[in-house]
Write a protein that binds this ligand. Structure first.
Ligand code: HGY
Ligand code: MN
Ligand code: MN
Length: 411
């Protein structure tokens, strides 16, 4: 295996062991493991010749200047946070690969005519505050005051957590770039789906990213004695939530490519001999078309209200995220496709069902994404895996892309 690809695989393995939960990979927003990950990735960035800083959101930013003052900047990056019991490629690949690619260009003595910024975003997954992209929103100047009010499972607000992370003070990061100073944003990411594997391709490009709505749905009933309360007198919040979850699954099954997921359920008071009085569910709804996602959400919330009415429960919806579908830049994607064809002779374009920091970065500058095949399309799972040979192809594509962009920008 070529040295650069071997180095990348080793870095991914090492970073995959930086966790808050021994024995599994969990690295959430502003956690001790996040600090250790930023420190280690910062060392790798410096080794590749980048100047490193961390902004007030905890985003890690490595920058290499252009040889000429006033040159534009190309942004590359992804996220360094993970879901719980995660795989080691989701996010990390898009931060570490550009670092290795820049190290390779430095080794070859090649200086690019534009500046480069490699960003390791914090809190893309939205595990802690149930609201994704807080890091890239902070970087892109898109963070709203309401984002800082979301509370985690301990009731700590995002604003208080950021103040604690910043030794008692926090101010929103200033927008680091004027739009006209940017060439675009490139994100390398595992596909997290089965298409490239089915097509026997190592890499592909992304045409669009599905829209995503996330929020919290609370069913409120009445706790009571499990032994003495007759069934017809119960207001069981968990039974109502269960009926809703099955409705959501049935709706999405019948309306592909719609997906609807209840990923978490917090039951209170949470004892085997007490009728559940309250259940807080997370709800994640996605579709490549915005009108279809919005229509599906209306159906889901109407169903929740109907189920609550029939069971004498109350239900409340708190949206925590709402992102429309994102289209990738045709120009940057075409250049990436040329590099794909130069390296693997073919290129395939596909829609991303997963969300990415590119969604937020597309509000700042044109974006393009390179997908890398992952085994069985599995992600958000410890068995997530990308073959070293595919890492090598992705590295070659990104280096080829940087050289093509360099040639284009000097013509
Ligand atoms: O949830 C997602 O789509 C991504 O993994 N953040
Ligand atoms: Mn993810
Ligand atoms: Mn990801």
């Amino acid at each position: 295996m070529p040295p650069a690809a071997k180095q990348l695989a080793q870095m991914l393995d090492e970073l995959g062991r930086v966790t808050d939960e021994p024995g599994k990979l969990t690295r959430t927003f502003l956690s001790p493991a996040m600090r250790r990950a930023n420190a280690r990735v910062g060392q790798w960035m410096r080794g590749a010749g980048l100047a490193v800083r961390e902004d007030s959101m905890g985003n890690l930013i490595g920058r290499v200047e252009a040889p000429t003052v006033g040159a534009k900047t190309l942004l590359l990056g992804s996220h360094l946070d993970t879901v719980r019991d995660a795989g080691r490629f989701d996010g990390a690949l898009g931060v570490l690969l550009p670092i290795v690619a820049l190290g390779e260009l430095k080794r070859r003595g090649i200086a690019l005519p534009f500046a480069i910024e490699v960003i390791g975003f914090a809190e893309e997954e939205g595990v802690r505050f149930s609201s994704a992209y807080l890091g890239s929103k902070g970087y892109a100047g898109r963070l709203r005051a309401v984002d800082l009010k979301f509370r985690d499972a301990q009731g700590i607000s995002a604003g208080d957590a950021l103040r604690a992370f910043g030794n008692g003070k926090f101010s929103l990061p200033p927008a680091p770039h004027r739009v006209r100073d940017l060439l675009g944003y490139i994100e390398v990411h595992i596909e997290q789906g089965p298409v490239l594997e089915a097509k026997k391709l190592a890499v592909g490009v992304v045409s669009a990213i599905a829209g995503q709505t996330r929020g919290r749905l609370t069913f409120q009933g009445k706790a009571g004695h499990a032994g003495t309360t007759p069934m017809h007198l119960r207001r069981d919040a968990l039974a109502g939530a269960a009926e809703f979850i099955l409705f959501a699954e049935t709706l999405a099954r019948g309306c592909e490519p719609l997906v609807a997921t209840v990923g978490t359920a917090a039951v209170a008071p949470g004892a085997p001999n007490v009728i559940p009085g309250e259940v807080k569910l997370s709800l994640d709804v996605r579709h490549p078309r915005n009108d279809s996602r919005i229509a599906a959400l209306t159906l889901l919330l109407d169903a929740a209200k109907k189920i609550a009415r029939q069971r004498k429960l109350s239900c409340a919806w708190q949206p925590t995220q709402d992102n429309g579908a994102t289209t990738c830049s045709p120009d940057l994607t075409a250049l990436l496709e040329q590099s794909n064809r130069a390296v693997q002779r073919r290129s395939l374009s596909l829609v991303s069902g997963a969300g990415h920091d590119a969604v937020v970065m597309s509000t700042l500058t044109p974006v393009a994404m390179l997908f890398v095949r992952c085994r069985d399309g599995l992600s958000h799972h410890p068995d997530e895996f990308a073959m070293p040979a595919d890492l090598d192809i992705a590295l070659q594509v990104v280096i080829d892309f940087l050289l093509r962009l360099a040639k284009d920008s000097t013509q």
